[in-house]
Design a protein around this ligand. Structure first.
Ligand code: UDP
Ligand code: MG
Length: 316
């Protein structure tokens, strides 16, 4: 099969028939063999009935219905597991992404050899309250992930070589960083294509402003996981050692000063009256705790089922 289109949806009943008809037309015009996987993320409207009705007339449809609303990432995850097309395309259900982009995305993956092509909504039809923070968000994501050529990490319209989606695990709200996940899994050829964007025609957006706060926290998590995830001791042990050493030096300094003053007839005070004593104490305690965090981290990674999961590209 050439293409799997995965569509996560939450309360998008009005858009679905139009969206599917459009995809079907594009696929037919280009002679692609395809499947469309609808993932109904616990919709409370009639989305599922609409999908059932569509499915009756169209064998190309596969659909999953979650018992409750889990979020876009879990929906994508389950779609990815079921995808069988050589090229996998994800698309929002709200008609903001255009199926007309599919042939070119497909060509970029199959002919230009990209692992992942992300859409770029260069001209957006969203309110300013969303476009402005988005710019900031993308700049941070570029800097931290090291993928400098992407302008729009969170674009719902993306295309992947099948291997990519079978080898990454989208969870929580990590759908915003799939290119970063792909890069961490060793898929380096990440490209971008300017795509048309439309204002939302039906329904309303499912993400509020808290997307930005959560987005940043998730980015930090990913950065941490990709840098120290399998070697937690390398960060905690280092910080702990530095702390402990500084504390130790300070304690010695306090002690030596006191002994010096005592033996040279200078006025001297109790060690506990010096602020440096308390600083030293605190640093040594925090240092030890950081070290312990490192050891515990190592124990946890040693038990993680992924500890020996490697991306093997070829084998002879
Ligand atoms: N979505 C979902 N589960 C959720 C929230 C959203 O499957 O919990 C889907 C939604 O139906 C849409 C896509 O994710 O197809 C993108 O959502 P939305 O259009 O609200 O995001 P925006 O375009 O405002 O970034
Ligand atoms: Mg949308």
């Amino acid at each position: 099969m050439d293409i799997s289109v995965i569509i996560p949806l939450y309360n998008e009943e009005e858009s679905l028939p139009e969206l599917f008809a459009w995809i079907k037309r594009v696929m037919k015009e280009n002679g692609f063999s395809y499947e469309v996987i609808f993932v109904n993320d616990g919709s409370t409207d009639r989305s599922w009935q609409v999908i059932e009705a569509l499915k009756q007339k169209n064998d190309e449809i596969k659909a999953i219905k979650f018992r409750r609303n889990y979020g876009k990432s879990p929906a994508l995850f389950c779609g990815f597991r079921r995808a069988t097309g050589n090229v996998v395309i994800t698309m929002d259900a709200d008609l903001q992404d255009s199926p007309d982009e599919i042939p070119e995305l497909y060509r970029m993956i199959t002919e230009e050899g990209y692992d992942l092509v992300s859409g770029w909504k260069k001209k957006r039809y969203d309110p300013l309250s969303k476009t402005l923070p988005t710019k900031l968000f993308n700049a941070t994501a570029r800097a931290i992930s090291g993928i400098h050529n992407l302008h729009d990490f969170n674009c719902g319209l993306k295309a992947y070589r099948q291997e990519v989606i079978k080898n990454i695990e989208v969870y929580g709200e990590m759908h915003r960083y799939i290119p970063y996940l792909a890069k961490n899994a060793g898929f380096n050829k990440i490209g971008e294509k300017v795509v048309h964007h439309q204002a939302r025609k039906y329904g309303k957006t499912k993400f509020g402003l808290n997307r930005f706060v959560n987005g940043y926290l998730d980015l930090l998590t990913l950065w941490f996981l990709s840098t120290f995830g399998i070697k937690p001791m390398h960060i905690f042990g280092f910080l702990g050692s530095v702390m402990f050493l500084l504390g130790f030096i300070a304690v010695i300094a306090v002690g030596v000063t006191k002994i010096y003053d005592m033996t040279h007839g200078n006025p001297y005070r109790l060690v506990t009256e010096s602020p440096y004593f308390y600083l030293a104490l605190t640093m040594m305690i925090i240092g030890t705790q950081l070290f312990l965090a490192g050891f515990i981290g190592e124990l946890i990674t040693r038990n993680s089922p992924e500890r020996n999961n490697y991306q093997i590209e070829k084998e002879l």
